[in-house]
Design a protein around this ligand. Sequence first.
Ligand code: ATP
Ligand code: MG
Length: 563
Amino acid sequence: MTNAEPPKPKNDFIREIVAEDTRTGKWDGRVVTRFPPEPNGYLHIGHASSICLNFGIAGDFGGVCHLRFDDTNPVREEDEYVQAIKEDVRWLGFDWGDNEYYASDYFDQLYEWAKQLIRDGKAYVDDQSPEEIRKTRGTLKEPGRESPFRNRSADENLDLLERMKTGEFPDGSKVLRAKIDMTSPNLNLRDPVLYRILHAKHHRTGGKWCIYPMYDFAHGQSDSIEKVTHSICTLEFEDHRPLYDWLCDALGIYHPQQIEFARRNTTHTITSKRKLLALVEENHVDGWDDPRMPTISGMRRRGYTAEAVRNFCERIGIAKRGNAVELALLEHCVREHLNKVAPRRMAVLRPLKVTITNWPKGEVVHVEAVNNPEDESAGKRMIPFSGTLWIERDDFMENPPKKFFRLAPGREVRLRYGYFITCNEVVRNDAGEIVELLCTYDPETKGGNSPDGRKVKATLHWVSAEHAVETEVRLYKTLFTIENPNKTPENEDWRDFLNPESLEVLAPCYAEPDLRDANPGDRVQFERLGYFCVDTKDSRPGAPVFNRSVTLRDEWAKLQKQG
Ligand code: ATP
Ligand code: MG
């Protein structure tokens, strides 16, 4: 099912159920799962977990996984989301083949089933307002009250439903309800609404319908129509299962098995689609694919690899109850993969000019550099070295404290793959700021090697000023300042916890010359600075923009060591 390496044997409580069903022949050996997004937003890291689980199980057991759009709410859904969801699932490495379905394709069937329920005395049209229905529903402690319209005849109900369908009544004036039990301890069984009137255009069925099935009357039925064997969903649907069971039994139709697992979220992350949409619409971020977003498209644009995201989902596994997972673990997985595949380059993000006063005027020397110490096959490259360089501003201090070993007046350091240089003089502008360092180099130290065993305490990265490509670099921090932005203190808006420092834009920055030809989406490690990805939206030919995917420091490894 995935394009990557063959799946390792995995085990979790859902796979145990599937394995047992396969052994006993419960579903005649079939395994059919589905990933059922509502096309009302972009997919996020929690969805990735569900995708890996559903496609993963189908793959492990020789079954199939359907991609089904649960598009029952015309007001919030759009084709843009359908396309984005398909792109994201594909990017993650999964293939649904011909099994692409839409709940809206079942609207005719659902309508027939609604009539069947009416004929069997199991559904009725209620004229109460949504407000009244809510009020008479009761609470966990108190039973609900029956609607005065509950005992209409089947004929009257059929007639009313038909007229609801033909558009005779305004929105909210009538609903179709299942006739179950207003005293049930499970609120979902207190005559739940099955159909509502909505004079709205649907992204697929257009103006054909003005009544739409509720999610609870579409989801389980869609699973049934598609002969899904294991209908895997998140915990909030546990209390809906008795309703899905009741409906399948009442209609006498194929009955999939629903299994619930805990939602997966990461710390410092919001996964509510409503809130993610607000971030986009209120311009707190640059669209759904802003690299700070927890969306799959955001992670892709940031430079995360599909392999790293899958690996993360696999590592966290699934659980019956669960907490948010440390964001550091996701970053660890990204770092681990990029360490293997990302070529190394040098770039200077906060440039300080270095002039080498004893460098032969106009001379350019090419020095050899290793492309990836983790991957010999990545080979080597030649980098130009000249008399004017950029180094990192942070790598110089005029009055260094004891523990600062990098460049300072009178001190010698190594330029990686280049030469040893010694700082002799500091040049200031009129405002008194340091704008340039005058240094000398030792011609005997080419390649950064000491000829006489002489030691230097620091190795700095650099680029040749005349050769470097000028770029913009974007650094990211978490979008939220608190660990759990899903639960903010009362009376406070979750937006108040947006991190004002989540994006830092640096320009001009300078990178090795061959990055001039980098393609959007290319990934690279800038030595000492982290892993970066060429932005797919804002880069121009010859002018790449780099997004930092992750830093080099591994907070997760540190956490593990401490633990
Ligand atoms: P909505 O509130 O719009 O329903 P949703 O997050 O449930 O939001 P869906 O499009 O309904 O979004 O989700 C598609 C599938 O992904 C569902 O089966 C859902 O259970 C699963 N899913 C959603 N969020 C998570 C999560 N955080 N962890 C694991 N699975 C998730
Ligand atoms: Mg949902």
